[in-house]
Design a protein around this ligand. Structure first.
Ligand SMILES: CC(C)(COP(=O)(O)OP(=O)(O)OC[C@H]1O[C@@H](n2cnc3c(N)ncnc32)[C@H](O)[C@@H]1OP(=O)(O)O)[C@@H](O)C(=O)NCCC(=O)NCCS
Length: 307
């Protein structure tokens, strides 16, 4: 039996890698939702997104080959601070060799991660049981079932007056509400959201004078091309009065009218029943359900290398 050759990806792998990932993503059982594209063109667009891989995608990927054919691949996208990594894959097309090959791939990938990385997170389709089982066996902890929902561009939007961008006077209250509502370690800190605002990252707010009632964070994704609703929250004692719906409509207006993007998307945990009903009423439909798997280095280096 020939063992696959695991090596860093090179620019010349683009065609074969895009075709391989698209084929693996075509069935939920093999799909990784951090790059869920299931056409070679869609995968190529995701790999060539300069915001996602500013140093070039090939520096973030490893591939496994047998007789010149790609049989496994994985990548790790880093945030701007180099603190958090999002795993793409692992994609493995070798059922009997799955755990072994995935282990070697993950090891090679972690070898290439800067030591600044404090956390890595994979997001696999809920039916990708081999992948989830493998990650769990390597010490990753699995999160709640999460739904990736998509809304196509629908115009005109309801008539309500859109809300304004978050003002400086509300930034402290925003940071507090964000930390209270999304305390999970994987959540983007308020500071990063505030400093990251630009043409492609917006925060809109609902306020009553100086009192912040709620906010929505929305940004542009390039592959797929969409407006992504990252966070939506309404202060607990202001809920049930239509503020969440208005914030969401503001994010949709920004996505469809301002940025002229063809779709909007978001992720919502299974247990957030209220938010799910709100999204459904606004036209979002289930695209795929996945489970995040998280690991905090340096445990991950130890977990993989010491086995
Ligand atoms: C989800 C959230 C933003 C909704 O804000 P809100 O201001 O209460 O929402 P609205 O009053 O605009 O409700 C709009 C619709 O959403 C649905 N909805 C919202 N919360 C609901 C709840 N707890 N139970 C049932 N339905 C709910 C209803 O369908 C409602 O429609 P209706 O007015 O016809 O009844 C708010 O509950 C919140 O901040 N939750 C915690 C954070 C969260 O879950 N964010 C989403 C993360 S993905």
């Amino acid at each position: 039996m020939t063992l696959p050759d695991v090596r860093p990806a090179a620019p010349g792998d683009l065609r074969a890698l895009a075709a391989f990932v698209a084929r693996m993503n075509a069935a939920p059982a093999g799909q990784s939702l951090h790059c869920a594209a299931n056409t070679p063109a869609g995968v190529r667009a995701a790999l060539y997104d300069r915001e996602t891989f500013p140093a070039g995608w090939e520096r973030a990927f490893v591939v496994a080959e047998t007789a010149g054919e790609i049989v496994g691949a994985g990548g790790c996208q880093l945030d701007a601070a180099g603190d958090q990594g999002w795993l793409w894959g692992p994609w493995i097309d070798d059922p009997p060799g799955w755990p072994f090959l995935a282990l070697v791939l993950l090891d090679a990938l972690f070898d290439r991660l800067p030591r600044s990385v404090r956390r890595v997170e994979a997001f696999l389709h809920a039916e990708n049981r081999a992948g989830l089982r493998f990650l769990q066996s390597r010490g990753f902890s699995l999160g709640a079932l999460t739904h990736l929902c998509v809304a196509p561009r629908t115009l005109p939007l309801p008539d309500a007056e859109p809300l304004s961008p978050l003002r400086p006077a509300h930034e402290i209250a925003f940071a507090r509400l964000h930390a209270e509502t999304f305390p999970a370690r994987g959540s983007t800190p308020a500071e990063t959201l505030l400093t990251g605002r630009d043409d492609e990252h917006a925060i809109f707010a609902a306020a009553d004078g100086l009192r912040l009632l709620g906010y929505v964070c929305v940004s542009v994704n390039h592959a797929p091309c969409e407006g992504f609703v990252e966070y939506l929250a309404v202060r607990a004692n202001a809920r049930g009065r239509g503020i969440g719906a208005r914030l969401l409509q503001t994010a949709l207006r920004w996505t469809f009218e301002d940025r002229r993007l063809p779709q909007a998307a978001l992720c919502v945990s299974e247990w957030r029943g209220g938010a799910r009903r709100l999204y459904e009423a606004a036209g979002f439909r289930l695209h795929a359900s996945g489970i995040a798997a998280r690991l905090s280095p340096p445990e991950c280096y130890r977990t993989v290398r010491d086995s």
